[in-house]
Design a protein around this ligand. Sequence first.
Ligand SMILES: [Zn+2]
Length: 420
Amino acid sequence: MTQSNYTKNILNIKDVNVNFYENCLETKIINGVETKVFRAYLTYHVHVCPFCKHEGSIIKWNWKRNCKIKIPKVSNYNAIILLDKQRFKCKHCNHTFIATSPLVDKFCNISNNTKLSIKLDLMNKISEKDIAIRNNVSHDSVNRIIDYLSKKSVLPGTLPSIINIDEFKATKDTKGKMAFHIINNRTGKTFDILESRKSNALLKYFMRFPRKQRLNVKFIVMDMFEPYYKLFKTIFPNAVIITDKFHVVALASNALKCTRVKCMKHDKKNYNKLKHYWKLIQKFEDDLDKDKKKYSVYFGKEITDYEIVTYIINTNSELKATYEVYQGILRSIKNKDVELFTKIITSKQKSISEYMKNTLKTFNKFSYHIINSFKFNLNNGVIEGVNNLIKCIKRIAFGYRSFYHFKTRIMLIAGIYKYN
Ligand SMILES: [Zn+2]
């Protein structure tokens, strides 16, 4: 193997028209950093003039020397190629032009190998600043590659037959602050992320999918947000819409929390107990420990969790009634007991708190879809994984200002967007 081929092999340069000079390697200090500098030249024969299409009139003219090309690091040193490019001239039309190579795009000084390396890094949980340093390019260059990838990927494929919908706080530039997150239930992965959750934006987005695909959507699982229900009935006429049970529990749980805090403020005697044992009150009553006694500073004696909760809910009749409604809702969801759930939300209970009254009103409005969740056993549990990923990406990036960059990273790391 010649020295030139040997160097090409090490640097993974495939273009047969690139050749390295003898003793092509020097170590230089560039911008204060020790850099490996390789010298090479690019030449080949051209038969047809790209301008006048005349054949056999091209001659090798002169060189465009020392074109600087950044390549991936070599043994962790920054590395560049100083490439001499052949200039050609057409004797027929007098045009001149410069040799090109798959090594690097026209008007660009970052090699395609470096670009590929950046794209692969973007698929991992590394900050963009670190990717720039790793690849010896500016942060702007990394941003340009993200821009390119985000523009290239427009629609993410066929609509899943079971869709989960969630929202999350995206970036400062997001219209309406919350991003609309569509998840494929089968894979548990992001299907797409939309910048706006406004009805007309959603309509416009989903209507771009062929009718056949929309008819094929069987289930949609989501939070209790009325405008979506009407909208999705139009977009997906065959879909069963299911209210996510975790959102149901969260709403009821919050009503109990607010009730407890209200009681706390009016009960100096039990203030500390109401404050300290909030977690026990939120717990499903069947899971409370009835046997194991532990010493409690707040009670000044050995006491079981069950006894603590019994004491606390009996400090206030409104709290007790609200607690019982809350436990009933948990029980009906756990046992998929439609009858119990319906009984709780329809019975007029005067003694419960205003918070719980409002919550039950909401449940009434969505009861048909909540009961669907009992029947079909679908919920938003699958999306926990993607949400953790999103949190992680936010953390490494120290907050994204551009929604599209954030989205592109999520889609790349989740493996939805392809790098090439
Ligand atoms: Zn020509």
